[in-house]
Design a binder for this molecule. Structure first.
Ligand code: PMP
Ligand code: GLN
Length: 384
């Protein structure tokens, strides 16, 4: 079928997300999928039983618009325990169907025509389309390569009178770098005296290695009072397919976000909220998550040691990025496709995280996989 009339194309520079493309290609060619970020192992059986119980008890209708109060209350306690920050469950915490929708809702609610939003690249690929659909303009700052660090002095030059928001992401997808206490203090100074908001994507807050502590904006009162924190249960509980996350923000910001969100989804899946409200009581689950993923990171990095890939430092997230310039001078997109079709291992080309498609010959591998999957992938990668 075809529509013969005129169509507005509101995202003329955007194609299909790389995650959909690479997973489809991996499936088509029966390749080991180290591309899209999701675990190939199951979530905890008790968590599935809790969802089941909630369904059997009849909790099958709409949840309250901002989320189940018992879930918001336990998130408030967790945030206070971990980051010494007080968020009021009634007015400052909202449960959303996935971090992607949370980010979208925050941007639609707070960004108007011609507002500028600073995006630090490489960046998760949903930020810029969300800004553009809101009529805003993404102002792109590229991190220093290959350290993937932010030069805050340089970044200051990207701020203008139209800057309304800056988006940060720690631990970082796709590079695995983290923001330090020093970064946060520099950010605080940079924004002091301005009206600039911070959208802080912290979906990998519980996947951080080598004894580092996650630097949530919530820890910094002067940042927290201008920030929206985005979190995702999918990453923490191995349930990316359940699509559930939450937002934290000061009340007067959250009021605006809820106004937009109530007409996007209205509310998130009810039985899943009941299950998380119960399962979040098991603090050991998220406290021990980092060490279990650190073992996988170490297995993957050790496996690539003698290979022709150069490893980028990885202090958090479940992604390991590598430079492949010793193997080929192909464009990273072509390299990822070739690797998937011919070698049967799928990866994400990191140029997909840049507006200008900057190609440093870097591929991203996801190590949230069974050890056996990682070993099979390593066996192939080490021969290249
Ligand atoms: N932000 C980042 C940095 C991510 O890697 C992801 C992963 N999907 C998301 C947001 C979206 O999370 P969700 O699956 O909960 O929408
Ligand atoms: N966040 C995941 C990744 O970076 C996947 C998200 C998605 O498929 N949209 O791979």
């Amino acid at each position: 079928m075809k529509f013969e009339g005129h169509l507005n194309n509101k995202l003329p520079n955007i194609g299909q997300t790389i995650f959909a493309t690479m997973s489809a290609l991996a499936n088509e060619h029966d390749a080991i999928n180290l591309a899209q970020g999701f675990p190939d192992f199951d979530c905890h059986a008790d968590l599935k039983n809790l969802v089941n119980d909630a369904m059997k008890k009849g909790f099958n209708q709409y949840a309250p618009m901002p989320g189940l109060m018992s879930l918001r209350e336990i998130i408030a306690r967790k945030t206070e325990d971990l980051y010494s920050a007080i968020y009021h469950p009634e007015s400052e915490i909202t449960i959303v169907p996935g971090a992607t929708l949370g980010i979208f809702a925050a941007i639609q609610a707070l960004i108007k025509e011609n507002d500028e939003v600073i995006v630090i690249e490489p960046a998760y690929d949903s930020y810029i389309p969300a800004i553009e659909l809101a009529g805003g303009k993404a102002i792109v700052y590229e991190m220093l390569f290959p350290e993937y660090k932010i030069d805050w002095h340089q970044l200051r030059k990207f701020i203008s009178v139209r800057t309304k928001m800056i988006i940060i992401n720690t631990p970082h997808n796709p590079t695995g770098t983290i923001l330090t206490n020093e970064d946060m203090i520099k950010l605080e100074k940079l924004l002091s005296g301005t009206d600039i908001l911070v959208l802080s994507d912290e979906v990998y807050e519980h996947i951080i290695f080598d004894g580092f502590e996650h630097q949530s904006v919530a820890r910094y009162p002067q940042l927290a009072n201008r920030s929206i924190v985005v979190s995702s249960f999918g990453k923490t509980y191995h349930t990316t397919g359940w699509k559930m996350g939450y937002l934290l923000a000061p009340e007067n910001i959250m009021v605006l976000i809820r106004k937009a969100y109530q007409y996007m989804a209205f509310s998130a899946n009810t039985p899943v909220q009941y299950a998380y409200a119960e399962f979040l009581k098991r603090k050991e689950f998220y406290i021990e998550l980092s060490s279990s993923y650190q073992l996988k990171r170490d297995l993957f990095r050790k496996g690539l040691k003698g290979s022709n890939f150069k490893l980028i430092e990885c202090n958090g997230s479940y992604f390991q990025s590598v430079i492949y310039d010793k193997i080929s001078d192909m464009k990273d997109v072509d390299m990822a496709v070739k690797l998937t079709i011919e070698n049967k291992v799928a990866a994400i080309p990191v140029s997909a995280f840049y507006k200008r498609k900057t190609d440093h010959k870097v591929l991203r591998f996801c190590f949230a996989k069974k050890d056996d999957t990682l070993l099979r992938g390593l066996d192939i990668l080490c021969k290249l």
